[in-house]
Design a protein around this ligand. Structure first.
Ligand SMILES: O=C(O)CCC(=O)C(=O)O
Length: 268
């Protein structure tokens, strides 16, 4: 796996790192010290205590019966085909972000990504009728909860992606901004190609499960609040181990190259 672990101050040496992920030359990028951790941690504390998040079952195609991951903002992969509720929520989410973060986080993240995008614009995804997709989502993994193994390109088969699959090249890359990391667990693991494949083969099909991955080669992503993780979530099997000793909160979103190849679009 090709990994680039770089301090935010040294990013200018890697002006097309994001494009390298789409091109499958790089799988994982960790930008250290991209943001001041204090306002991120403060937002996480508020999210945890003041405002209980609405529960959302995260319907990962890999394992829909997993315990609930709560998400502020609706993930596009759990939206229905009408997208009515998703678009209503997207506006509310932008307003909530303004209130939660001292800085304009959408601008801060897109400015960072633009430094890695080889001159491509980083633009919010818009529907054909001009409605704005959500900028990101905030999944909250309570103690004991993780995200099961999956690859994000599977989301293109979901009802919420009905329009998106015509607007972009159907390969997703994720960005993850940790807001709060638990003392144990809650670690992103990115696997080598073919990891765990023997399990579904033995079962005659279905998804790769946690128990298939015991000996699978992987990269565990050690990050801190203030860092940004960008990785080939579309093609690389990945999971987040169960949070232990506290909750894990991240501000996360998906990136895709526009169908014309000139812009990189983001959505939650
Ligand atoms: O929260 C993370 O570290 C990864 C989230 C994830 O599974 C994804 O972006 O597809």
């Amino acid at each position: 796996m090709n990994v680039l672990d770089v301090a935010a101050g040294a990013l200018d040496a890697h002006p097309a790192a994001l494009l390298s992920i789409f091109a499958e030359e790089l799988q994982l990028l960790v930008v250290r010290g991209a943001f001041d951790p204090a306002p991120l941690a403060a937002a996480a504390r508020r999210l945890e205590s003041d405002t209980p998040l609405p529960p959302h079952a995260v319907e990962y195609p890999a394992k829909p019966e997993v315990p609930q991951v709560r998400v502020l903002g609706q993930s596009l992969y759990s939206a229905d085909a009408s997208l009515e509720r998703y678009f209503d929520g997207a506006g509310a989410l932008r307003a909530r972000f303004e209130e939660l973060f001292a800085a304009d986080m959408e601008l801060a993240i897109t400015s960072l990504l633009a430094r890695l995008a080889g001159g491509r614009a980083i633009a919010p995804l818009q529907s054909r009728d001009g409605r704005a997709y959500a900028p990101a989502r905030i999944p909250l993994l309570a103690d004991g909860i993780g995200i099961p193994p999956h690859t994000d390109n599977e989301f293109f088969t979901r009802p919420g992606f009905r329009e998106v699959k015509d607007l972009v090249v159907p390969t997703l890359v994720s960005f993850v901004v940790p807001l709060q990391l638990p003392p144990g667990g809650g670690v992103l693991e990115v696997f080598e190609p073919g990891a765990g494949a023997a399990g579904p083969k033995k079962r005659g099909g279905g998804p790769v499960l946690d128990e298939d991955l015991a000996d699978a080669p992987r990269t565990r992503v050690a990050a801190s609040v203030g860092d940004v993780i960008v990785f080939d979530s579309g093609r690389r099997l990945h999971r987040v181990t169960a949070a232990a000793g506290g909750a894990r909160l991240t501000l996360s979103g998906s990136l895709a190259l526009g169908a014309d190849g000139q812009s990189v679009y983001y959505c939650g």
